[in-house]
Design a protein around this ligand. Structure first.
Ligand SMILES: Cc1cc2nc3c(=O)[nH]c(=O)nc-3n(C[C@H](O)[C@H](O)[C@H](O)COP(=O)(O)O)c2cc1C
Length: 196
């Protein structure tokens, strides 16, 4: 099917890492060549080490490659996942996106399928705004936004966010949550295959 999917997440405490990992499994099962990648940390290892949860996630994900502009050129579909920070995506993700000026200028981000997920501490703490901020950027790239909408009944069981899956920090990854993430990933792969 020739779908090359870059799943790019940022995660301080592990929530988005789990979301992205579930999505990667689903995308691979759907036949996409998949790279699971993290946005680079922007603070020093010394600062990370001061918080147990932050350090634990850094250790847990040490084997995950850092996303680069070359990954963005390689892929023909993107799935992003990031925590909400004061209603927008974490600055580490934004910092990665802001390295892509040259990639954008070459036209290498255009016509690629894009979907996004988010997490927050509160059930209504800004997930939708965070996801929509990814889609605003996708418009600048000329990408094709692929939201889940209500294309699977499981979406009604996990909060009904049609923009993208969103998770409340600390909540269990129930079978429905995993199914909703997997559905979003598979739908993205399916649309990307049609685009290709
Ligand atoms: C500086 C900062 C700002 C945050 N702002 C919000 C917010 O606006 N709304 C909210 O519900 N949670 C907020 N949170 C909580 C994060 O969204 C939460 O820790 C994150 O979704 C967990 O994802 P992770 O485990 O992948 O790091 C904030 C956290 C930090 C550190």
């Amino acid at each position: 099917m020739n779908v090359k999917l870059a799943i790019i997440y940022y995660s301080t405490y592990g929530t988005n890492f789990q979301m992205a990992s579930i999505a990667a499994e689903a995308a691979k099962s759907a036949g996409a060549e998949t790279r699971l990648l993290k946005a680079a940390e922007t603070v020093s290892a010394e600062v990370v080490a001061r918080q147990e949860g932050w350090k634990a996630q850094a250790d847990r994900s040490a084997h995950i490659p850092v996303a680069t502009a070359a990954d963005m050129e390689w892929a023909n579909a993107y799935l992003f996942s990031a925590p909400t920070r004061f209603g927008v995506m974490a600055s580490q993700m934004r910092a990665f996106i802001d390295t892509l000026g040259g990639t954008w200028a070459k036209g290498a981000l255009a016509n690629k399928a894009v979907s996004a997920m988010a997490s927050a501490q509160n059930a209504h703490g800004g997930q939708e705004a965070t996801i929509l901020s990814f889609y605003a950027t996708a418009c600048h790239w000329g990408s094709i936004v692929v939201p889940p909408g209500y294309t699977d009944p499981v979406l009604f069981k996990v909060g009904g966010n049609p923009y993208g899956y969103s998770h409340t920090q600390g909540a269990e990854f129930t079978p429905d949550a995993k199914a909703a993430i997997s559905h979003q990933a598979r739908r993205l792969v399916s649309v990307a295959a049609k685009l290709n």
